[in-house]
Structures are given as C-alpha cells and as structure tokens.
Design a binder for this molecule. Structure first.
Ligand code: PEP
Ligand code: MN
Length: 303
C-alpha cells in the first residue's frame, strides 16, 4: 500500500478527529452516532425524526435528497426542496446534517447547508467528484464501493486528501457477495485493518450491509466492539412506509433503544456514548417489549 501517503498512520497514536458545528467530535473518545431516514420525504417526517432522535441522542442527522437508485423509475429524491427541509431542521434542532452529493454541480449548494458531504458507494471511484470535494471546506464521508478492495477504498480517500481536504471520514457499508440473504456482507475485518493502516475516522453503516432491520442491532454492537468511531443507521417514523430501503429501516423507538443498548459495549472498550441530560429518555422494559414486537411485525411484512 505504498501509494497510501496522506491517509497513512505514522504511529499508533496518530488519529484524526473532526469537530462539527455543535462541537461533537468524529474520531474522538465519544462514539459518533448518525441516524435518519434513507430519503428525505417531507418536512413533517424530518421534524418527527429530529425530535425523537435527539433523545437517543444522535450527533448528526442523515437523509438523502439526491438518491442513487438502481432503477431510473424509483424515487430519485426531493432535490432542492429536500435541501431546504434539511437546512430548516438543522437550524431548529441544532443538529449537524449529513447528505449525499452525487455530482460535482451539486457540491456548492449542498456544502452551503450540510455539515458533512457523503460520497455514496456507487461514486467511490468517480474521480472527478472526489477531486471536487477535495477542494471543498466541509468534511467528506466516503462510503466503500460495492465491491471495492481496501486498497481501492483508501486510494479513493487519498484523492480527496491529495486535493486539499484533510477532513475525510471512511464508511464501511458492506461489500457484495454471493448470498442475497443479507444485502451485502458487513466487512468488520476491513474496519480493524483500516483503523490500523490509517489515521482517518471510520463509521460503520450496518443498514446498507444487512438490508434487514432485525439484523441491525447486533451488527451495530459488533461494529462498536471492533473499534468503529461511529455508526450510521437508517430509521423512519413509519419504517414500512419508507419510500426507499423500507426493509432495513428501524423505527425511531428502536433506534433510541439501540443507542441505549450500545452503552455497555462502548464502555467495555473504553468509549463513551453521550447522554442527553436535557431530555434523557429512560426506556422502560414494557417499551423494549413493544419495540421488539414492532421488529417482529416488520420481519413478517418484509420489503
Ligand atoms: C445511503 O447511505 O443512502 C446510500 C445510498 O448508501 P450506499 O451508497 O452505501 O449504497
Ligand atoms: Mn438507503
């Protein structure tokens, strides 16, 4: 991996951190938690998501407005209207926003409103886009390509770094394999390897890896246990009505419950999960039971 120059770790303590507008840090001692729907669908939806997930608490809100869909006939995202929704929810709730940028022409507008720009898996080797976000003054989260090797992934990050942007976050989101039972294979070996090879923060997205909501909680715990700096989970006020990726979406209650259940895992490896002191939600055993029933119902509904 001799071409990995700027991303390369120089000594065991060499770790980059990225601080966002609300002072939360990616790559530090606190686990960085991102939650939100696959797609921004309406202002009401995003308001419900932000209100509930602040209780978890999450440190950033996700939601796609330009969607890279496999079929040209599927919902393509709300575009400009979606950016306006994200901007208003961001300022109202003081929550940083992460959203995908699919093309160079979208970069300036999204960079004006988002705190982190996401480069999706299908664009991991879109070298012109990588060069373009290398010149932007916002952190970039680069998702691993559908079948990218670790070296290809790190070289893609190297493009962004080499073009001047030092604030790069890597995201493992599963790689394609022969078995469609899970949508992709969550490569936690890559997370461990990348943390050893580079100083860049690594976020794990178990939602696009698993593709099934009932697999997400345990995979997330494994991601935290193996040293991921953060997690990104898709969730929705009414998962079965999600316009994209419904099958993998958690309900908002399940998301709050999941964050709660990560605390002992994080603690065991010396990481913290931020408490929301203003509005701490204590989830009672009956509520956990209700969450499980929702999960079971979802696994029957399918997607
Ligand atoms: C997403 O995060 O919304 C997404 C489309 O993911 P990926 O690029 O990993 O498929
Ligand atoms: Mn999705």
């Amino acid at each position: 991996m001799s071409e990995i120059k700027l991303a390369k770790k120089t000594d065991a303590n060499h770790k980059s951190t990225i601080t966002l507008s609300n002072q939360s840090v990616i790559g530090g001692k606190n686990l960085f938690i991102i939650g939100g729907p696959c797609s921004v669908e309406s202002a009401e939806q995003m308001e419900q998501v932000a209100l509930k997930l602040k209780e978890a608490p999450i440190q950033a809100l996700r939601g796609g407005v330009f969607k890279p869909r496999t079929s040209p006939y599927s919902f393509q995202g709300l575009g400009k209207e979606g950016i306006e929704i994200l901007a208003s929810v961001r300022s109202k709730h003081n929550l940083p926003i992460i959203t995908e940028v699919m093309a160079s022409e979208q970069v300036d507008e999204i960079a004006q409103h988002a705190d982190v720009l996401q480069i999706g898996s299908r664009n991991m080797q879109n070298f012109e886009l990588l060069k373009r976000v290398g010149k932007v003054n916002k952190p970039v989260m680069l998702k691993r390509g559908l079948s990218a090797t670790i070296e290809e992934f790190l070289l893609a990050a190297e493009y962004i770094l080499a073009h001047g942007n030092e604030r790069v976050i890597l995201c493992e989101r599963g790689i394609r394999s022969f078995d469609p039972f899970t949508r992709n294979v969550l490569d936690l070996g890559a997370v461990v390897a990348i943390k050893q090879l580079t100083h860049l923060p690594v976020i794990v997205d178990p939602s696009h890896a698993a593709g099934k909501s009932e697999l997400i909680p345990d995979l997330t715990k494994a991601a935290v246990a193996c040293g991921a700096d953060g997690i990104m989970i898709e969730c929705h006020p009414e998962p079965e009505k999600s316009v994209s990726d419904a099958r993998q979406a958690l309900s908002l209650l399940q998301m709050v419950d999941l964050v709660h259940s990560l605390r002992p895992v994080a603690k065991a490896i010396g990481r913290h999960i931020i408490h929301n002191n203003n509005n701490l939600t204590v989830i009672s055993p009956p509520m956990r039971q209700a969450n499980r029933q929702v999960a079971q119902k979802q696994s029957v509904i399918g997607g």
